[in-house]
Design a protein around this ligand. Sequence first.
Ligand code: DGL
Length: 261
Amino acid sequence: MGDNRAIGVIDSGVGGLTVVKEFRNVFPQESIIYLGDNKNVPYGNKTEQEIYELTKNMIDFLIEKDVKLVAVACNTISTIVDKYFSSYNIPVVNIIKPTADYVVRESIKEVGVIATMFTVSTAAYDKLIREQDESVEIVSEGCPTLAGIIDSGSFTDDEVQELVNLHMTNLLSKRNVRDVILGCTHYPIVIDKFIKNNPKINFINPAYEQVMYIDNLLSSKGQKSELEKSEFQIYTTGSKDIYYKMLDILTIEKPDNIIEI
Ligand code: DGL
């Protein structure tokens, strides 16, 4: 027997759509209720307490909608969810652990992490990778402005390229890595700029790993959806206009509704 309730997906803004894209492609029978807190983006420059309070509001909102699981499609939030939300009645699944597992599984021995200031300050990737394989060398670069600029939707290609170039130069000056985790879900939206900066690097998009991890979890609990026609709703604390633009960039099908709350 399956569970046809929706999967909730949260992010500080539009970045979590990179995870939704994988869900819609790989498991289209799963209904999705997305919540983006665009009014308060970026989270990456906030304190732990601020992030916790905003996240609690989002998770409680989705629990009211009767979701069966919450996918935290945000690295910044993921650094704190196990600490605060592991006792909830439904699983609240972070995006960092499945990505750390991928690095270890692929025997990557040197990896770069490019992420928000908060994510880098917690060293969450370092801990989750090195507790499985101590020999992995990890270098990180924090970006204070990139996620916010992407979320505004009003960026020029040149402006984003310049920022990506700056942070990639900083990262590679720490170590000349060949694998780089895009450790903020906003960044795969502009993955073309990363590839343009350095086409030889393997840029790791954590979205796919998280979606596969969740699928395994639902399978093990007999909670996969059996719907023939699933639903896809987006809620935002900001404006819906940016969603139309991002859905287009990411080539995601239009949702049933986009609702401003
Ligand atoms: N998309 C988010 C992440 O993965 C956060 C960006 C932000 O709000 O600073 O970290």
